[in-house]
Design a protein around this ligand. Structure first.
Ligand code: C2E
Ligand code: CA
Ligand code: CA
Ligand code: CA
Length: 279
């Protein structure tokens, strides 16, 4: 809503200045962060419940700010999304994650998989498929080792074009997952049409397993539903042994959460990948 003359003065009323200035400052800082390479990835292990092994990690972005320290993504992803800066930031994250995973595989960690979060803006970029193909080619990572995490709202924004993009990625061999499942608004009719391999049960459902019979029933139902659609299930935000036991009883395939490990920088996560056994 850019206007000139008198209206502009009204639009930029004094009480709005602080807010607008904050946003501008943050936007500038984000641009600087890209230029100065202040972003880094942390990695959280994903554990296979049958073998007890770490089979992959999820890459989660962090901003190492020179004054404010480590900034979590919920503080800056939304603005990056609004300003479009998420596109270069997301491209950086995708590439870095693939480089790191390829390096781990070469160092003897075998079939390790890497999951990367995509933003809505990235997902609707016309050259997304080409970007992914190029990153895989440049890094030498097998497409099957890359899992791309999408959310229901991203898929529902434009269903037909989302399905088309997903099919192109699938055709390449890349794995697709639905992140935060259950918190969006996708209908079951669509779920069947989305070519996804993995369904990630949102943390809010996992939290409700213990102490709520309905919560537990919900998780059981989601797992059955996913399996009947031939999808793999990962439970997020697993923090307790009770949750773990219940998920195992329900036939959940993989778990991820503080019970096993927090997202950590490369050096800290590597020993876990090497031991790779969890009881
Ligand atoms: P998400 O994809 O749902 O990631 C899971 C979040 O839950 C992460 O927060 C993770 O640190 C946290 N978490 C993992 N296990 C547990 C647990 O047991 N208990 C609790 N309480 N929390 C747990 P984080 O790292 O702050 O990331 C927040 C969100 O930022 C992510 O949610 C994702 O939507 C977004 N994000 C992170 N990295 C990227 C990225 O590279 N690109 C894009 N577009 N978004 C990203
Ligand atoms: Ca995620
Ligand atoms: Ca999630
Ligand atoms: Ca989330």
């Amino acid at each position: 809503a850019k206007e000139t003359g008198r209206n502009a003065v009204q639009f930029y009323a004094p009480h709005m200045n602080a807010h607008a200035t904050d946003r501008l400052a943050l936007e500038g800082a984000l641009r600087g962060a890209l230029r100065e390479e202040q972003f880094e990835l942390h990695f959280q292990p994903q554990v296979d419940l049958q073998s007890g092994r770490v089979v992959g990690t999820e890459a989660l972005i962090r901003w190492r700010h020179p004054h404010f320290g480590t900034v979590r993504p919920d503080r800056f992803i939304a603005l990056a999304e609004e300003t479009g800066l998420i596109v270069p930031i997301g491209a950086w994250a995708l590439r870095s994650a693939c480089v790191q995973n390829r390096q781990w595989q070469r160092s003897g960690l075998g079939q390790l998989r890497i999951a990367v979060n995509l933003s809505a803006r990235q997902f609707s970029e016309p050259d997304l498929v080409q970007t992914v193909r190029q990153v895989l080619e440049d890094t030498g990572l097998a497409p099957e080792s890359l899992e791309i995490e999408l959310t229901e709202s991203m898929m529902m924004a434009d269903v037909e074009s989302a399905i088309e993009t997903m099919c192109c990625l699938k055709a390449m061999g890349v794995k697709l997952s639905i992140d935060d499942f259950g918190t969006g608004y996708s209908s079951l009719a669509y779920l069947k049409r989305f070519p996804v391999d993995v369904l990630k049960i949102d943390r809010s459902f996992v939290r409700d397993i213990v102490g709520s019979r309905d919560g537990a029933a919900m998780v059981d139902a989601i797992i059955s539903l996913a399996h009947s659609l031939r999808m793999h299930v990962i439970a997020e935000g697993v923090e307790t042994l009770e949750q773990l036991d219940y998920l195992r009883d329900c036939g959940c395939d993989e778990v991820q959460g503080y019970l096993f490990a927090r997202p950590e920088p490369r050096e800290a996560v590597e020993p876990l990948l090497r031991q790779s056994r969890v009881e």
